[in-house]
Design a protein around this ligand. Structure first.
Ligand code: NAP
Ligand code: ZN
Length: 354
């Protein structure tokens, strides 16, 4: 079995460290590519530290699901790609392919529970007990789950689009983001900064909610018409009953009521943040009196992810990144916990070989 260099978490409490992992041989429908850059999502930290009761981590865990690189080999049936092409993989590498959700291109919601996530998911190929993600030099993925990337964009800054980008693009489209709509994005991190960029690009009145005074200027530069400090009750109150949609990317448990009270009648608060501990239950009357919705959304399907990448190439939208060598990954996690990321760490994967 071929092997690849990688970085892995070996327990919830030890730092990530160099590892060697198996990668399967290229099958007829597979694409193999050298990973050039991999974004660092807060989900990588949640997984490395086994923070989700609903999805326990099996060790070793190789995180990373914002993966871009260059194709090295393709199977005979993988005709969408050829060696030398740019390629990308996000949070999924397979699904049942036949249920209603898969047929609609919503593989992340596979009705049979058959979504195979890029890491920490039982590996159907049995290459290893679990799937291993992008903190590695190479990956082999079924062609249907490999995305095309434009040569026009700055490649390292494209990587975060594969999770942070699509996770905001999809709910903003689904719940409606267009001129005349007022849309809020809560939390200015990896996901949040893509939310601000997309909401602005789609023409909505865009408001950023942040807990960090130091991010006000950046919020405006990224496309927010207004920035509200969410801890300041007076600032929040000024926006009572005015939002069509608020998407919360906040990575920690928090009180949802202050956000729900800002929704118009029929407005929606959509949670994409996936904190370790649950949010306290919101006040039911705030939902009843206003017919408001509280909802959730997970990444986006393969067709929509390709649509998002093509849209970004057309509009010249990428992530704001700080490049790090793989040796700085543990430090990057600590900085992420302090909200000290502007606005996505991306690992330069050639530092894995050095
Ligand atoms: P991130 O870069 O760390 O950003 C999270 C932001 O939340 C912070 O920058 C901060 O923004 C805000 N925040 C406020 N209070 C916080 C606190 N006590 N602790 C941490 N953050 C706090 O994280 P991310 O990569 O954008 O991911 C955000 C969440 O989405 C994570 O839970 C991740 O697992 C989840 N996620 C979900 C999906 C999905 O499909 N639904 C996909 C990817 C990630 P301010 O400084 O502006 O307040
Ligand atoms: Zn992610």
């Amino acid at each position: 079995m071929p092997t690849a260099r990688a970085y892995a978490a070996n327990s919830a409490t030890t730092p990530l460290a160099a590892a060697t992992i198996p990668r399967r041989d290229v099958g007829p429908s597979d694409v193999e590519f050298d990973i050039l850059y991999c974004g660092v999502c807060h989900s990588d930290l949640h997984a490395a530290r086994n923070q989700w009761d609903a999805w326990p981590t099996v060790y070793p865990c190789v995180p990373g699901h914002e993966i871009v690189g260059r194709v090295t080999k393709v199977g005979a049936k993988a005709t969408k790609f050829k060696a030398g092409d740019l390629a990308a993989v996000g949070c999924m590498v397979d699904s049942c392919g036949t249920c209603a959700s898969c047929r609609e291109g919503l593989e992340q919601y596979c009705d049979t529970g058959g979504t195979i996530f890029t890491y920490n998911c039982p590996d159907p190929h049995k290459t290893a007990p679990m799937t291993y993600g992008g903190y590695s030099e190479r990956i082999v993925v079924k062609d249907k789950f490999v995305l095309r990337v434009s040569e026009k964009l700055n490649l390292p800054a494209v990587a975060p689009l594969l999770c942070a980008g699509i996770t905001l693009y999809s709910p903003l489209k689904h719940w409606g983001t267009s001129p005349g709509r007022k849309v809020g994005i809560a939390g200015l991190g990896g996901l949040g900064h893509m939310g601000v960029k997309f909401s602005h690009a789609f023409g909505a009145e865009t408001v950023l909610f942040t807990t960090s005074e130091s991010k006000i200027e950046d919020g405006k530069r990224l496309g927010a018409d207004e920035v509200v400090i969410s801890k300041d009750a007076d600032q929040m109150k000024k926006h009572n009953r005015s939002f069509d949609l608020i998407v919360s990317t906040v990575a920690a448990s928090h009180n949802l009521d202050p956000f729900i009270s800002l929704l118009k009648r029929d407005g929606s608060l959509v949670l994409v943040g996936a904190p370790e501990h649950p949010h306290p239950s919101p006040t039911v009357f705030q939902l009843l009196l206003g017919r408001r919705s509280l909802a959730g959304s997970a990444i986006g399907g393969i067709p929509e992810t390709q649509e998002m990448l093509d849209y970004c190439a057309e509009k010249n939208i990428v992530s704001d990144i700080e490049m790090i060598p793989i040796s700085k990954i543990n430090e990057a996690y600590e900085r992420m916990l302090k909200g000290d990321v502007k606005y996505r760490f991306v690992i330069d994967m050639k530092t894995l070989k050095a």
